[in-house]
Design a protein around this ligand. Structure first.
Ligand SMILES: Nc1nc2c(ncn2[C@@H]2O[C@H](COP(=O)(O)OP(=O)(O)OP(=O)(O)O)[C@@H](O)[C@H]2O)c(=O)[nH]1
Ligand SMILES: [Mg+2]
Length: 448
């Protein structure tokens, strides 16, 4: 049998008193109406918040700039600051990349040693051509080797070459494991060299590009060498065995690597060739004693300094726990001219662009096309990005990068005016170069 309403405790509690006067009734009804209004408002607010949360989409940031401008490095710094767990999980995988950076430096020196010891002449640089219009900074003059007496090589150099020979195979093994991005792009006359901004179609409609979601070629959310970490069973065992072998051989060569780097004749050879390895990305030779050990664990600083070329477009998701848990997607792109066409599909729905301009590169050439000055290329790229109609509503942030390397370069006596004629007789210091480079922003449409 059902309970009558009179027996229900809630109905009893809110029922009007039995001897309620007309005045009391009016007050009661008004209070109830006010309470209903407040409750309706709260319900409405909750509905709106739920809808907003549903609509909230991640903020998308594109990192742009030429190769070696520091895009991946900037991303690593974001990861350290805001995605500590993911960063820690990847730490071990970077050891192989750092070993590869180190071994490659040594093998480059050994190649030069072999050339010098066999009496081969210095490789001559290609004469730069005027490839593009004259708005940009002038290309650097060709460096001429100073006339000098022959380098004195001894038995010691021949012995070091021999003892470090196993590093050739280790480089190859590490490159195979790390994949395509382990190699730097080099110039080949048969490679069609694209312009600074191959995504700039000069007002005409872009060629038919497949929709982004179908472009598996472009998006590489995880690199194979990191995916290896998740490998199980036999693959994991093989990988561990390869790791141990590489680490063992690198550790066994530690003293000889150190000896070859510190050798006065080798240093003189590098000086004569104009090679400043210590100023290039992924340089670890000065720290062989710490890195070439059996129990080496990469530090944050090592990982930030490690060099691994980006291919295609890589997506990284970072959740900013301290800011309402908002999610940001960063797109790290390959920066060489041959990679830039892949950027275009990402232009239409990104919220912000961080553009990296390495201002130390005023006297350097592009690896993929040595006829082009690196600063000139950055300048053209920046102008095209700012002028792109697809990016008209996108916030563009300009980072003037590699100021520490600029400082070292200027202190070593390199003069900006020898490479950029319009620099004139301004003081040859970082502040002046920074001030001039921030003129980049004026040539673009916007800069925040
Ligand atoms: N000293 C110094 N080195 C830097 C700086 N920014 C980047 N690097 C180094 O320069 C090298 C190249 O930087 P990356 O971040 O890999 O360059 P990228 O723009 O991602 O290059 P791609 O992937 O080829 O497009 C790395 O070894 C970095 O450690 C900087 O401000 N100072
Ligand atoms: Mg990169």
């Amino acid at each position: 049998m059902g309970r009558s309403i009179d027996e229900d405790p809630l109905s009893l509690a809110i029922a009007p008193p039995p001897n309620e006067t007309a005045e009391e009734r009016e007050v009661r009804l008004k209070t109830e109406a006010d309470a209903r209004k407040v409750s309706d408002k709260i319900d409405e607010q909750l509905r709106a918040e739920k809808a907003a949360l549903k609509k909230k989409r991640p903020i998308k940031v594109l990192l742009l700039g030429q190769s070696e401008s520091g895009k991946s490095t900037t991303l690593k710094n974001f990861q350290i600051a805001y995605a500590a767990d993911a960063w820690a999980a990847e730490r071990a995988a970077w050891r192989a990349v750092i070993q590869l950076n180190l071994v490659r430096n040594v093998n480059t020196i050994l190649d030069m040693l072999a050339e010098e010891m066999s009496g081969s002449p210095l490789p001559s640089e290609a004469e730069p051509e005027d490839t593009e219009d004259d708005e940009a900074p002038a290309p650097p003059p060709r460096a001429l080797p100073a006339p000098t007496s022959p380098l004195q090589f001894t038995e010691k150099h021949a012995l070091l070459k021999l003892r470090l020979a196993p590093l050739r195979r280790i480089q190859k093994d590490l490159e195979d494991r790390i994949g395509a991005s382990s190699g730097e792009e080099t110039f080949s006359p048969s490679t069609p060299v694209t312009s600074a901004a191959p995504f700039d179609f000069g007002g005409s409609p872009p060629p038919e590009l497949p929709k982004k979601r179908h472009q598996e070629f472009f998006i590489r959310s995880t690199q194979s060498w990191k995916a290896d970490l998740a490998a199980n069973g036999l693959a994991k065992k093989n990988r561990a065995a390869q790791d141990r072998e590489a680490t063992e051989i690198v550790a066994g060569c530690a003293d000889d690597m150190d000896a070859v780097w510190r050798d006065a004749t080798v240093q003189e050879m590098l000086r004569r060739r104009g090679v400043r390895m210590e100023l290039t990305g992924g340089f670890f030779l000065a720290e062989v004693a710490r890195i070439a050990t059996r129990d080496y664990e990469p530090s944050d600083d090592d990982i930030v300094r490690a060099r691994l070329r980006t291919l295609g477009v890589q997506e990284y998701k970072i959740k900013f726990e301290k800011q309402n848990g908002s999610e940001w997607y960063f797109y790290d792109v390959g920066g060489s001219r041959t990679q830039r066409m892949a950027w275009y599909p990402y232009f239409d729905d990104c919220d912000a662009i961080i553009f990296l301009a390495p201002i130390n590169c005023f006297d350097e050439r592009l690896a993929e096309d040595p006829r082009v000055n690196r600063l000139e290329d950055t300048y053209r790229l920046w102008k095209s990005v700012c002028a792109s109609k697809l990016l008209a509503k996108t916030q563009i942030i300009l980072f003037l990068n590699k100021c520490d390397l600029l400082d070292k370069k200027l202190k070593n006596g390199v003069r900006v005016k020898d490479h950029i004629h319009t620099f004139g007789d301004r003081p040859n210091n970082v502040e002046t170069v920074q001030r001039c480079a921030s003129g980049f922003a004026e040539h673009g449409v916007r800069c925040v």
